[in-house]
Design a protein around this ligand. Structure first.
Ligand SMILES: [Zn+2]
Length: 322
């Protein structure tokens, strides 16, 4: 069975960041759009609160020309500090790198670190090697950001090998994972390790888990959830419901398609040569195969190929034979 995604399986292309959400039906949109919009801002709000309340030393946040004045006021009133790291051009959705910009570009923002004191903020900049010579100190960064060691180690290793969106790799590290076909893995995970909707911003923790059953991630996720609950209990319930949906994540040629029963996300991801698919459910939740008609499952590709050929031949005036 073909089930190891290695570097031979990647193309040398880089797809520009983009993320689109498509509702699967008008009914789904009417029922879930309010819920989605309420759940979406929670992660970023919680990230700020985690730092302000001392549950985490640092966090990252973008200051844009349009928001800096209100953010600065809030930081001052909360006795928080912010230090800039790098200007980047704004992008939709998910990016594994900062995009170059020019001075005065109003469609750009300053990425930086927030903390309760300058020492921690400086430590973050030192460790991330943005403002210092030398290697990025991922262990130190993990401590400042409340990332489990196992997950920091995993992510650094995968990132270094070019897998900047290691969804497949974290699935195959999961104890109960099962290869069900070539390049298709079925796995039972947890809302705190579900990073397959993060392209839109739906997630409980900031870090990428080493596996979908990583115990440390689940422990830390509960801390995030407590903070989220204190910010907006209903929104948190919605977020949990959305992260508990069965999901089919698949990736091909630098584009990931994330299917849920109610919407589908299309986004940039790893430039794989072939399609790699993760079938995800939470414990006790529906499995994708039970709830969804998988994209393409109802399509007869050989029949379409035959029809297309006939059609093209007819257009060219070639009589169709064999
Ligand atoms: Zn871990």
């Amino acid at each position: 069975m073909m089930n190891k995604l290695n570097q031979d399986g990647l193309l040398q292309i880089d797809v520009n960041p983009f993320t689109r959400l498509v509702w699967n039906s008008t009914e789904a949109r009417e029922k879930y759009e309010v819920m989605l919009n309420r759940a979406l801002p929670l992660h970023d709000k919680a990230e700020y609160e985690m730092v302000r309340r001392g549950l985490r030393k640092c966090g990252t946040i973008h200051f844009s020309p349009h928001t800096f004045h209100s953010l600065i006021e809030r930081f001052h009133k909360d006795n928080m500090v912010w230090l800039p790291i790098q200007w980047t051009r704004n992008y939709g959705g998910f990016s594994h790198r900062h995009i170059p910009t020019v001075v005065g570009d109003s469609n750009s923002s300053a990425y930086g670190v927030m903390a309760r004191n300058l020492e921690d903020a400086e430590a973050f900049r030192r460790a991330s090697s943005y403002m210092a010579r030398g290697q990025t100190d991922h262990k130190e960064l993990g401590d400042l950001l409340l990332f489990p060691d196992c997950c920091s180690t995993f992510f650094v290793e995968k990132w270094g090998d070019g897998y900047y969106d290691p969804v497949w790799h974290s699935a195959e590290e999961t104890k109960n994972s099962k290869m069900v076909a070539d390049r298709v893995i079925e796995v039972e995970g947890h809302i705190h390790t579900n990073q397959m909707l993060r392209y839109m911003g739906l997630r409980t923790t900031t870090h990428f888990p080493c596996s979908l059953d990583c115990e440390e991630s689940i422990r830390i996720g509960d801390i995030w959830l407590d903070v989220m609950n204190s910010i907006d209990q209903t929104g948190t319930d919605y977020l949990i419901e959305l992260l508990s949906m069965p999901i089919v994540w698949s990736c091909l040629h630098g584009v990931a398609i994330v299917e849920t029963p109610i919407f589908t996300i299309i986004t940039n991801s790893l430039p794989t040569k072939e399609r790699w698919t993760v079938l995800f459910n939470v414990p006790g939740g529906d499995k994708p195969a039970e709830k969804m008609i998988l994209l393409g499952a109802d399509v007869d590709l050989p029949a379409i190929a035959k029809d297309t050929r006939k059609h093209l031949e007819a257009m060219r005036g070639v009589p169709h034979g064999n």
